[in-house]
Design a protein around this ligand. Sequence first.
Ligand code: ASP
Length: 380
Amino acid sequence: MDAWSRRKFFLTTLAGSLAAGARNLLGGQAPAAQAAPQGTRPLIISSANGLNALTLGMGLLKRGLDTLEAVVSTVNVVEDDPNDNSVGYGGLPNEDGDVELDASVMHGPTRRAGSVGSIRHIKNPSKIAKLVMERTDHLMLVGPGALRFAEAHGFERINLLTEDSRRRWLAWKETMSDRDSWGPGLSDPEWKEKITGLLPSHWSEEQKAAELAYIRELILHPPTGTINCCAVNEKGDISGTTTTSGLAWKLAGRVGDSPIIGAGLFVDNEVGAAGSTGRGEENIKICGAHTIVEMMRKGMSPTDACLEACKRVAWSYNNDKARLRKFNISFYALNKSGFHGGGVLWGTPSRSGRRPSYAVHDGVEAKLVPLAPYFETAAS
Ligand code: ASP
């Protein structure tokens, strides 16, 4: 499950467990989302966390703005959101407590691309990736060089670590080992209750319990999370972007698939676009987004092409489900004619019964559409 949804699903799960229980008693799944009409332009799609921002992107496409403007403006909404802990401001940090962001953009009509890796202190890495494309003769800038480049273009250096993310990182740090000096010392009456003392004392017991449970989940399953967004306009021009804070608690300097052109994102204006969220290490090995676009070039539907990428990920582990079960990865694609689709390695529903999905705005409304699962459920 992506990190954005991890928090929201988690809270939804707590709040909605009764409703979910009732559905299960009745033997039913959560109601399936309606399939979006296919073959319409303009069209904009994203990972599920982009749902609420797609209306903005569609509005820009309808007003005739460039497709890259539309997708970057769309993901900026999610990058700016402190409550989305998988992207931009509020993203969960690396093991040192530093938020390091990755992003890429690709502009179909001019066949150009730009990206940044491990950039710190800049809220909207997708904007910097676009600037790398527009204002340099390079394609990718990383680390301190990327930050200096952003500052040279007037971007403000800010602290990306929100209070929530800092507390959760400290909780992870204190729980990592009982052989280091992080956390309450032996002489502290609360020395065994490592996380509790980090919670604001003015919170209600209910708030504390929910946060404790959420933090424990983050520690057990360090989340990944990203937003990928691709669009095709009325005349068939295509662009895409992928932006992320990557894997929580990662090693400093770890770069995932999001800024890697051909892995986290690929666009060919004659064919279509694809992107990915989930465990980037697996995607880089199979050049997922490029593979999907090449499969669509050969005539595959976006969904089948995404499932082909899942198949290659599974093949990396000889289809060994015991290992594959340890992670998940999703792919999203659209083609030049305005058809879209997506695939996910594991279709395991969330605890509230929701199946993995992606977001689509087909010009009429923004909605979630189920991803086609490669394996039905990781539970068996
Ligand atoms: N793909 C991203 C990465 O590996 C993380 C994610 O999408 O969840 O950095």
